[in-house]
Design a protein around this ligand. Structure first.
Ligand code: PEP
Ligand code: MG
Length: 759
């Protein structure tokens, strides 16, 4: 594509993405595309599959009064052909085409040349983008590729903006039309409550509208924030005095003038007065202001739009400091956001957190793991959720099927209340499992351990009482909630607390596993491919000072308790393992020299990288136990980023390759009679329990909320049953067949309710 075309394409995409309103975005797009292709008409049709029609949603060239009114039957007309064939149609004389359909209200007959391309998002057709000529001539090849490319980009914008539109107040929910946004199950259960939108800090475009509870206070806090930014700019200018010539420093004056401009100040104050909270009012003002610059032909002036946005972000940063203090969460809070972090989850008082919905991520993202640990229903990867318009709306989170219903019809509400009641009953039944041994009917003990560590508050009593110990303590959280690396003394205290709570039961502390999707705010690692990058043991070995401090703290915490086990994450070679073991020995020697009474703890390795599966015997020889991290192992075996909603359907721990890898781990560890446990999410999935027992896995480690459901399966399934189920599963060729097989086995055991919702 020619450079000029590429520039135009980028601009169109940028403009439409900046829009928060579908019609505005489409109108803008048709105007620009018509000009770029020198067409006489550009139109966008969106398809309504429920009503089986293509609706004219925007046009530049056809009769504007036809917008929203002209509807073409699904399989008729040239638009129908494009969508049916899902490929471009480029013809010189449309009325001569056998499928041509005459539409009176748009002055159709005038136009002969026709080019239509399908708009498709995530395999789903959304509509058709059309350009037309009066002349009977087809479009050039360059126009076809231009339109084709722009349609792929427009698809994402349409998908996002139309979900917000679907749930706007003007579209009342009907009983037969129970609308929901489809994501993927993140944490089982049903939540019903009120939406609170979370957004990344200082991301102006992600700020939702929210009613201003006290407009005067909001206006004050806005003006204070503006003044603070002005002071910052003055100081910056002062600092630059020595380095910048006077004419360049004039830029600072220009920014200060922008800050003081009526458009910015009065516009925001007025919007707050009209009822929006300060961050929302600021977003609107900055958006409007930046758009004026965006639309300028002069490139220099266009660039000023980014200055306006930058000023907006600076004001927002100050505002957010105030807002965090003012935040009032509703009683049944459904957190909705583009990408919710563990910290944002932790900010909501636990008693008020009803459900979580993230537009990105998948069931193996850490935020989903956290939600399961807290027993909070969650939906992940609900792409196309336009969070901006959802604040304060009632919602149902269906964590079984991965759906969120926004402002649903009372009938839907009623139906889900019933499902929630069934859940409660199942929970009550499971309580009967408490205090019973985790043992198969033929007497094989499978100790169930607890996964914990992301948050102190997740230590529900059931976890403390029921678990045979801690199988995985993720040490990242104490590191994440601070401004700098915690000292040896601070770490010692925090590890001692957990070791003490479980003594004499074993507690497995995993060394720091940052990187991937768990960054530390004070140790930024910017990588294009973080899951294949600098994470886990790799960081620890490159920073022995961090690793040694942590190991020393673990060892010191265990003095006199002796229930510590140390687990090493992300090991991918024996070299790494040998180095880590050497450092552990060094820490032990040091502490002994300092006259601490240290006993060497058991040391284990996480098998979560495929390389470790193939070297499991060599690894087993060097350590005391192995723990399989099925979350990462699945991600790396299947080459599916565990956080990427686009490929979440491909992420499946029942994939035959995962099962075969697990069997191989068991065989390799058996050579040195080493104990093998599983600590990935698969260990807490009751559907997987029979398969893992069949393999001979010696212990399972999971979130507190999975302990009783998994115990119910252990106590029902004999080793013999488990083995024969595993044998059949290993003969299957795809994940879905294996999942079906295990589900039906549970149903035969009368335990189907553990994996299927009651409807
Ligand atoms: C795993 O990868 O399976 C695991 C337990 O570790 P994490 O989820 O913390 O990466
Ligand atoms: Mg892992």
């Amino acid at each position: 594509m020619a450079t000029a075309m590429l520039e135009t394409l980028k601009r169109i995409v940028q403009e439409t993405r900046a829009s928060t309103d579908l019609d505005a975005a489409l109108n803008q797009a048709v105007r620009r595309i018509k000009a770029a292709t020198k067409a006489d008409v550009c139109s966008i049709y969106l398809t309504d599959f429920a009503r089986r029609v293509h609706v004219l949603r925007a046009t530049d060239g056809l009769n504007p009064s036809a917008v929203g009114r002209t509807e073409l039957p699904l399989n008729r007309g040239l638009v129908g052909v494009v969508l049916e064939k899902v490929e471009p149609l480029n013809i010189d004389d449309a009325p001569l085409h056998p499928r041509y359909q005459f539409v009176s209200e748009t002055d159709e007959t005038l136009y002969h040349g026709f080019l239509g391309v399908p708009i498709i998002h995530n395999r789903k057709p959304l509509g058709v983008l059309v350009v037309r000529h009066i002349e009977p001539a087809s479009f050039e090849e360059g126009d076809v590729t231009f339109l084709f490319t722009i349609a792929t980009q427009l698809a994402a914008v349409i998908s996002t903006l139309s979900s917000g539109e679907t749930f706007s107040d003007e579209t009342p929910e009907t009983e037969t039309n129970a609308r929901f946004v489809q994501g993927r199950p993140g944490s089982r259960g049903v939540a019903m409550g009120e939406i609170v939108v979370v957004y990344p800090a200082a991301d102006l475009e992600a700020i939702p509208d929210r009613p201003a509870e006290n407009p005067e206070l909001e206006q004050d806090s806005f003006l204070t924030a503006v003044n603070a930014v002005k002071e910052d700019l003055k100081q910056l200018e002062h600092r630059m005095e020595a380095h910048l010539p006077t004419e360049d420093r004039a830029l600072f004056q220009a920014w200060i003038l922008m800050l003081e401009s009526d458009t910015l100040i009065d516009g925001t104050i007025r919007r707050i007065g009209e009822g929006n909270w300060a961050p929302g009012a600021l977003r609107e003002t900055i958006g409007e202001h930046a758009k004026v610059f965006d639309q300028m032909e002069d490139e220099y002036l266009r660039e000023r739009a980014s200055d306006v946005r930058d000023l907006g972000r600076r004001i927002l940063t100050y505002l957010q400091r105030d807002q965090a203090r003012m935040m009032n969460y509703p009683d049944h809070c459904v957190l909705v956001g583009e990408e919710i972090s563990g910290i944002q989850l932790a900010e909501v008082p636990q008693a008020k957190l009803a459900g979580v919905v993230s537009a990105t991520g998948s069931q193996s993202s850490h935020v989903a793991i956290l939600a399961r640990a807290m027993g909070v229903p969650a939906v992940m990867g609900a792409a196309g959720l336009s969070a901006l318009k959802l604040e304060g709306k009632p919602a149902i989170v269906d964590g079984y099927r991965g759906r969120i219903y926004i402002a649903p019809h009372p009938k839907v509400w009623e139906e889900y209340s019933r499902l929630r009641e069934e859940d409660r009953l199942l929970c009550e039944q499971l309580q009967q499992q408490r205090d019973l041994a985790s043992e198969t009917p033929d007497g094989i003990r499978i100790p169930l351990y607890l996964n914990t560590g992301l948050m102190i508050s997740e230590m529900a009593p059931v976890g403390l009482e029921e678990a045979a110990g801690v199988g995985l303590f993720r040490t990242e959280m104490p590191f994440m909630v601070r401004d700098s690396f915690p000292s040896e003394a601070v770490q010692t205290l925090s590890y001692r607390r957990i070791l003490q709570s479980f003594v004499p039961r074993p507690v497995t502390l995993r060394t720091l596993d940052i990187g991937g999707d768990k960054p530390l705010p004070y140790f930024p690692v910017k990588e294009s491919n973080p899951f294949l990058g600098w994470r886990g043991i790799r960081i620890s070995l490159d920073h022995p000072e961090i690793f040694l401090t942590q190991i020393r703290a673990m060892l010191r915490a265990a003095i006199g308790l002796d229930n510590l086990r140390i687990l090493l994450p992300m090991i991918s070679s024996t070299t790494e393992l040998d180095e880590a073991l050497r450092l552990i020995d060094r820490a032990i020697d040091e502490l002994k020299e300092e006259e601490h009474l240290i006993n060497r703890p058991e040391i284990g390795v996480m098998i979560e990288v495929p390389a470790a599966v193939y070297q499991v015997t060599e690894i087993a020889r060097r350590v005391d136990f192995l723990s399989v991290g099925t979350n990462d192992l699945t991600q790396y075996l299947l080459a599916v980023d565990r956080n990427n909603a686009h490929v979440a359907d491909l992420y499946n721990e029942f994939h035959p390759a995962v099962l075969r890898a697990l069997v191989q781990v068991m065989e390799g560890a058996a050579v040195y009679s080493r104990e093998v446990g599983v600590c990935g999410e698969m260990a807490g999935n009751p559907a997987a329990t029979p398969l893992l027992i069949g393999m001979g896995v010696q212990h399972l480690s999971m979130n507190a909320s999975s302990l009783l459901p998994v115990k119910a399966v252990v106590r029902t399934c004999t080793r013999g049953q488990a083995r024969s189920l595993l044998k059949s599963a290993l003969q299957k060729e795809d994940a879905e067949s294996i999942r079906e097989l295990t589900f039906s086995e549970l149903e035969k055991m009368n335990l189907g309710g553990l994996v299927r919702p009651g409807k």
